[in-house]
Write a protein that binds this ligand. Structure first.
Ligand code: 4GW
Ligand code: MN
Length: 284
């Protein structure tokens, strides 16, 4: 494989931060060479799990999600899709590329939608410990109301990673919608915080995903015991976790874009895009 030598005096992106003060790379288009990364991850025959929840009416998002993942997610690598659902009979059949399989995991549907999204932490933890640990090296845990529009590959992989929320990467600390009530386990004071991370995208090696999901689940249960629920549910607890346990890699908002936020110049590609939801159709 031939490629240009890295140039000490020519940063690949001069318009955005590409490394945090704790030396975690922030992944922006143009800042990496996918061929080099692919070669490295092929050498270790990396196995990647993609977890997604399709509970109740959200099964409707699965078809497009998986079809576009086949085009753009970890192309050429070993991939297990882990679909958590309460509607096993409504999961369509998919023809997948070689080395890829889809595993349906039957789980309960909670009554409140807030519990549907928050309980993902507990379920990912439990299945990581009893199943994923023997099957894949890394997990990416994402929302299902999304489609892939461009490559999402091994550049996302690291010990523990999160993604910048598309609505907040240009904002000041004070504007982050962290949980601000001191009594909550998700509390972050106004003078703290690095980034506002999206709840719909995190991952890492299995051991780290277990630590993250276990922490978030326990924090939620502690709040529940005192009749509290953080402002943005699992997202608030994830942000609290990442404040203490810094991610080792951060994905730019290219990886979890939503057209609600337009098309700023720094976002050169929209790799993974939120689907417009008709709330009348998906609400319960
Ligand atoms: C309001 O009625 C609902 S239903 C809000 C979330 C719901 C929901 C979410 C659901 O009924 N079934 C479900 O599987 N989910 C999962 O939680 C699904 O994977 C979804 O992508 C994730 C987070 O919910 P969301 O995508 O609606 O959250 P936002 O609006 O922040 O993207
Ligand atoms: Mn979503």
């Amino acid at each position: 494989m031939l490629y240009e030598k890295p140039e000490t005096f020519r940063p690949q992106r001069a318009d955005v931060l590409t490394v945090t003060p704790w030396l975690a790379p922030i992944i922006w288009d143009g800042s990496f060479n996918r061929n080099i990364l692919n070669a490295q991850f092929h050498q270790i025959e990396v196995r990647v799990g993609l977890t997604v929840f399709a509970i109740k009416k959200y099964v409707m998002f699965l078809q497009k999600f998986i079809e576009t993942a086949e085009q753009f997610f970890m192309v050429g690598h070993k991939v297990n899709y882990y679909v958590f659902t309460d509607r096993v009979g409504e999961i369509p059949n998919f023809t997948l590329a070689e080395g890829r399989r889809l595993v349906v995991l039957e789980v309960p549907a909670y009554k409140r939608w807030q519990d549907v999204t928050m309980r993902r932490m507990e379920m990912i933890r439990d299945f990581s410990v009893k199943k994923f640990v023997g099957e894949v090296d890394y997990l990416a845990c994402v929302d299902v109301d999304m489609v892939f529009l461009d490559e999402v590959g091994v550049e996302i992989l690291s010990n523990v990673f999160g993604a910048l929320h598309p609505g907040f990467f240009e904002k000041q600390r004070r504007e982050f919608t962290y949980e601000r009530r001191p009594r909550s386990s998700a509390y972050i004071p106004y003078e703290k915080g690095d980034f506002y991370y999206a709840g719909g995208y995190f991952g890492g090696v299995i051991e780290e995903v277990v630590k993250l999901t276990n922490y978030c689940h326990h924090a939620m249960m502690a709040d529940k015991a005192q009749n509290m629920e953080a402002l943005w549910h699992d997202e608030s607890y994830l942000n609290k976790y990442f404040l203490s346990y810094k991610p080792t890699k951060i994905l730019s908002p290219e990886y979890i874009w939503n057209n609600y936020y337009g098309s700023p110049a720094v976002v050169k590609t929209k790799r993974f895009l939120g689907v417009d939801k008709d709330y009348q159709k998906v609400r319960f």
